[in-house]
Design a protein around this ligand. Structure first.
Ligand code: ADP
Ligand code: ASP
Ligand code: MG
Length: 399
């Protein structure tokens, strides 16, 4: 399985370079299935276009629009392969048999009917599948959430029993920090699924979170590598017992979330339940949550949601205020999260203190904190998050 991201198929030259690599793989005697993303920033442009046209964007129509991007890449790649004398057939998600639920713009894969792709392979043709899309049980086109082509690739790799799933992108692997923010970031040759999950969940968008979850569950060997240099990249592997674990493996950051505060809600059982049930019913993923201690029986609840869901989340929160209590709903999109991930944190106390000290020495205020056994996340002002990444990268000697 080979998946090519947006930059990797960004223009005609890039598409020809990818075709060349696919052709070479095929000529070496391997069967290959290709998943492509939309060219360059096509998906972003389509979203902007929709914003320019209307405030009302039914999920079904948004998905219909966004899936167009991947269709362009798949058809062009097949043409480039034809020129190299390689038979190739393009498939939309629906044609490839990727069946999802009907949660438009973030659908989940329910089932994959791989027959058509298997037949294509048997006929000696290379299936080229549009990433990021599927079809619901109601036969509507769906998308799998931003970055969803990674998930398509891993899911197909599982369904077809692929030997490996190669994720070709514009960096040469998974780094100790986003190399665009920290030029001294170092490429990791190997990383555990557990750490990769935390990296993906905390903003290291080199792999979509769902794709890592899927790969871990189905034991798919994942290899993240460059479609520009073709060098060996990062292998995502199962945790090996007795493996020496780095205290900190990577620093990540995420600017895709916004903070919402509901002020002065009564401090009694059922209030948080009422608020977060209403958000869950709108399929909004809540991440960090902070509730202050109450003094006069009232408390503020702050939480973060994806920026894309901010308007809906504010609306939902305002709707439940009459039932749960509370005075105001405040939205703050100007926040960002910096996180440290490392399996060795479990056995090395003091990482939290060092993290806070480092941020303090840069005069960076921490607004929210959350932790897992192998991650520490701090919410800070968006304007200082890159400085925070570099400071922590240096403090934990990751370069
Ligand atoms: P694609 O279009 O190939 O899917 P993405 O833009 O989704 O590519 O993901 C690759 C990008 O992820 C890189 O260009 C890099 O800026 C970013 N990134 C963030 N964190 C990391 C990290 N820890 N290691 C490598 N890349 C990272
Ligand atoms: N084109 C989609 C996006 O930009 C899916 C992907 O690239 O993985 O999110
Ligand atoms: Mg991606």
């Amino acid at each position: 399985m080979q998946k090519y991201g947006g930059t990797s198929v960004g223009d005609a030259d890039r598409i020809r370079a990818v075709a060349d690599h696919v052709a070479r793989t095929k000529k070496q005697g391997d069967d290959v299935v290709v998943v492509v993303s939309a060219m360059g920033k096509t998906t972003d442009s389509l979203i902007r276009l929709a914003d320019d046209v209307s405030k009302i964007q039914p999920g079904r129509e948004l998905d219909m629009l966004l899936t167009a991007g991947e269709r362009i890449s798949m058809a062009l790649l097949c043409m480039a392969l034809a020129e190299l004398g390689v038979k190739a057939t393009s498939f939309t998600g629906s044609q490839a048999g990727i069946i999802t639920d009907s949660t438009h713009t973030k659908a989940r894969i329910i089932e994959i009917k791989g027959d058509r792709l298997k037949e294509t392979i048997k006929e000696g043709s290379v299936p080229v599948v549009a990433g990021f899309q599927g079809v619901s049980l109601e036969k509507d086109v769906t998308t799998l959430g931003r970055g969803g082509s990674d998930t398509t690739a891993v899911a197909l790799a599982t369904a077809l029993g692929a030997q490996a799933c190669e994720i070709y992108t514009d960096v040469s692997g998974v780094f100790t920090a986003d190399p665009r923010v920290e030029p001294n970031a170092r490429k990791l040759h190997k990383i555990s699924f557990e750490e990769m999950l935390e990296i993906a969940a905390s903003g290291g968008k080199v792999l979509a979170l769902r794709s890592v979850e899927f790969a871990r569950r189905h034991k798919v060997a994942l290899h993240v590598r460059s479609s520009f240099t073709w060098e060996s990249g990062t292998w995502i592997v199962e945790e090996e017992k007795g493996m020496e674990e780095a205290i900190v493996s990577a620093v990540t950051h995420d600017t895709s979330e916004a903070k919402i505060t509901v002020t002065k809600v009564p401090d009694r059982p059922g209030i948080a339940a009422g608020l977060f049930r209403a958000l869950a019913d709108e399929a909004i993923n809540v991440d960090m949550i902070v509730q202050n201690t109450s003094r006069d029986g009232n408390t503020d609840i702050s939480f973060t949601v994806p920026k894309a869901d901010l308007d809906t989340a504010v609306k939902v929160a305002k709707q439940v205020i009459p039932t749960i209590g509370g005075t105001e709903v405040l939205a703050d999109p100007d926040v960002a999260r910096v996180s440290l991930v490392g399996a060795g944190m479990r056995t090395h106390p003091g990482v939290t203190a060092r993290t806070f000290e480092t941020l303090a020495s840069h005069d960076i205020n921490i607004e929210m904190i959350s932790t897992s056994s192998i991650r520490i996340s701090c919410m800070v002002r968006a304007g200082v998050v890159e400085e925070a990444v570099r400071a922590l990268h240096e403090e934990f000697e990751l370069s």
